[in-house]
Design a protein around this ligand. Structure first.
Ligand SMILES: [Zn+2]
Length: 90
């Protein structure tokens, strides 16, 4: 069952989107939606962390609802425009 929530997404343009949320009662992730597992390299030292998404939600499931003007995104969400353009031609 989808648990929808509103979220601010700054890319590619500031907007409010409706997105899925992790199950707060999920026994696998305790409502976090993901967890990390550390792994060792061949010498037994810390080799990094691997992120695992829980099956209780789909982080890519989102629908953009409302574009937000830049000054509102800056004032409400602390968003700052990129120094360089992210749109072609670069
Ligand atoms: Zn979960």
């Amino acid at each position: 069952m989808a648990r929808m929530r509103l979220r601010f997404n700054p890319w590619p343009h500031p907007a409010i989107e409706l997105t899925d949320a992790p199950n707060p009662k999920c026994p696998d992730c305790d409502g976090e939606g993901e967890w990390t597992e550390d792994f060792a390299d061949a010498d037994g030292e810390y080799g990094g962390s691997e992120y695992w998404h829980c099956m209780c939600w789909d982080p890519g499931r989102a629908r953009r609802l409302l574009p937000i003007p830049r000054w509102i995104a800056h004032r409400l969400f602390g968003w700052t425009p990129p120094i360089y353009s992210t749109e072609p031609p670069f």
